[in-house]
Design a protein. Structure first.
Length: 175
């Protein structure tokens, strides 16, 4: 929400500045790009999301195997007596501890990987926006989200152009 407010304020100031610039005979060319749409339609994002989903499924299967092993040890411990039972329960406790550590590690790594990939993709989007902006003579290109409030004409939307440029660059890089 804070980002949206800042963007709206920036947009209001920029448009005000452009209006004043136009009154002075200085034109301003403005466009916007829908960030969510770029992420949804950028093939690299689609591919990375599929890969992350598969990794998540693999970790879930790994966790399931660990839980099944713990349950088997618990069942075995229930059949034992005294010393043997305590030893088996100690093993179970260690396995449960290892399971918790595994879960925390997986969560931490997933968050870090997601952030790293998101920053990488945002960098690529920024690069394409800069290229398009310079090539087509835009003075400003705003990134908008679905949560932003305000008005913008669809004729200022260069989202599809950005997506096409990103997908072209991505497909060329895969070859």
């Amino acid at each position: 929400m804070r980002t949206s407010v800042i963007l709206v304020c920036t947009l209001a100031l920029a448009c005000g500045g452009l209006s004043r610039g136009a009154a002075l005979g200085i034109g301003g060319k403005v466009a916007f790009v829908g960030v969510e749409k770029v992420f949804e339609k950028y093939q690299k994002t689609v591919d990375l999301n599929a890969r992350l989903q598969q990794e998540r499924k693999d970790r879930i299967a790994e966790r399931k195997t660990m839980v099944e092993g713990i349950n088997k040890l618990k069942d075995e411990a229930d059949l034992l007596r005294d010393d043997a039972k305590r030893k088996k329960e100690a093993v179970v406790d260690e396995k449960v501890k290892a399971l918790y550590q595994f879960e925390e590690k997986v969560k931490r790594e997933a968050i870090q990987k997601q952030a790293r990939l998101q920053e990488e993709i945002l960098g690529e989007i920024r690069g394409v926006l800069t290229d398009i902006g310079k090539r087509e003579g835009y003075d400003m290109v705003f990134a908008v989200t679905e949560d932003d409030i305000g008005y913008h004409s669809d004729k200022l939307d260069i989202t599809e152009q950005v997506v096409k440029a990103l997908n072209k660059k991505y497909s060329e890089g895969k070859k």
